[in-house]
Design a protein around this ligand. Structure first.
Ligand SMILES: *Cc1c(COP(=O)(O)O)cnc(C)c1O
Length: 353
């Protein structure tokens, strides 16, 4: 089994980008006030307010599970429910943390094509029951980019938040790959968040190129009340906060976050182009961010794994997920495709033998 420098396993296989690393080194000078009252944390929050062109409330936590869970908990009472897509990270990949941190708020999943919630399905799910025995729907949570590598267009988000507003639901966005969505759509970040009716965003930095840390961004500032206490109680208030804030400064101040996301998307686009016309490859979802989902014959999957390639086969609705990162190189894509073609040749030979 070969060990490889870069993989298509996930964008969190990648290391820390130079801009985040440099800012951490800059922050590593002298003493600073702890728990977020330092200049780096203030600057990171200001840069986020610039990016979104609004006076939002910003909190930094250690990971995406905490960002989502605490954000959702702040929007709900324990007897409420959160509606999300059936493949949503909050439903399938957080070990019940949203329910735990909200003291029992129930997650209800909604089906929909390509990892997206449709407005009519949301309305159905939210109005199916209105009796005292059912957990009262209170929030819709959207993932942007979705778990299946697709991206909601601004008008799709607005259509969902319109239903939400009509039904008295708040809107949360899981933006672990928010940068990839912005890069793909070429819109202002505000157009797919608060201007489209999103109340709270969990914004990722880790998969985009930092080492650790995500932001919880309240566009609806009233909802941020006492969120700092919620973070502290959950063990999410970093003592040396400057080191969680500095990567944001490094990545936001000159636009590295979007450059890296655009690059990861381009590598996924290249990968898709290289494999989509091969016999026995079926692309499962439109490639709109930094992931390609493809169905490959099992012997070919086993062969690739045997050659040391790592990628997941259990995400979403099956198939192989090939994920590109800020540091994926064209040569990585070409090496993978060459091995894929070779694996196909071998599997055809053994079939005809
Ligand atoms: C990676 C990811 C998260 C965050 O996961 P953590 O491992 O808790 O940081 C959240 N949502 C989505 C869609 C993700 O892909």
């Amino acid at each position: 089994m070969q060990s490889r420098i870069r993989q298509f396993g996930s964008d969190n296989y990648a290391g820390i980008c130079p801009e985040a690393w440099a800012a951490m080194a800059e922050a590593n000078q002298g003493h600073a006030v702890p728990y977020g009252d330092d200049p780096w944390t203030a600057q990171a929050a200001d840069l986020i307010r610039n990016v979104f062109e609004t006076q939002c409330e910003v909190f930094f936590v250690f990971n995406g599970t905490a960002a989502n869970s605490l954000a959702l908990a702040s929007l709900c009472q324990s007897y409420h429910s959160v509606l999300c897509h059936e493949t949503a990270h909050v439903e399938t990949d957080e070990c019940g943390a949203p329910e735990f941190f909200s003291n029992g708020t129930k997650i209800l999943s909604v089906a929909g094509n390509n990892g997206k919630i449709e407005p009519a399905a949301l309305e159905n799910a939210a109005t199916r029951r209105a009796d005292i025995h059912f957990p009262k729907p209170k929030v819709v949570s959207l993932t942007q980019a979705t778990e299946l590598g697709t991206v909601y267009r601004p008008e799709e988000i607005r259509a969902i938040t319109e239903v939400a507003r009509k039904l008295g639901l708040r809107t949360h966005m899981d933006g672990a790959r928010f940068a990839n969505a912005v890069a793909e759509l070429g819109v202002a970040p505000s157009e797919i968040t608060w201007r489209a009716g999103v109340d709270v965003l969990s914004m990722g930095a880790t998969k985009n190129g930092s080492g650790v840390g995500e932001a919880v961004i309240f566009f609806n500032r009233e909802l941020a009340m006492e969120f700092d206490y919620r973070c502290k109680q959950a063990g999410q208030l970093a003592s040396k906060m400057r080191f969680m804030a500095a990567p944001w400064v490094g990545m936001l101040r000159e636009g590295a976050w979007l450059r890296h996301a655009r690059h990861a998307n381009e590598m996924a686009s290249l990968l898709e182009m290289e494999i989509r016309d091969l016999d026995d490859v079926r692309i499962l979802f439109p490639r709109q961010a930094n992931a390609v989902f493809a169905e490959l014959p099992q012997p070919v999957v086993d062969d690739l794994h045997g050659r040391g390639w790592r990628f997941y086969t259990f995400i979403g609705q099956g198939g192989c997920r090939l994920m590109c990162a800020w540091d994926t190189r064209e040569e990585d894509v070409r090496d993978f495709v060459a091995d894929l073609e070779d694996a196909f040749r071998i599997s055809h030979l053994s079939k005809s033998a």
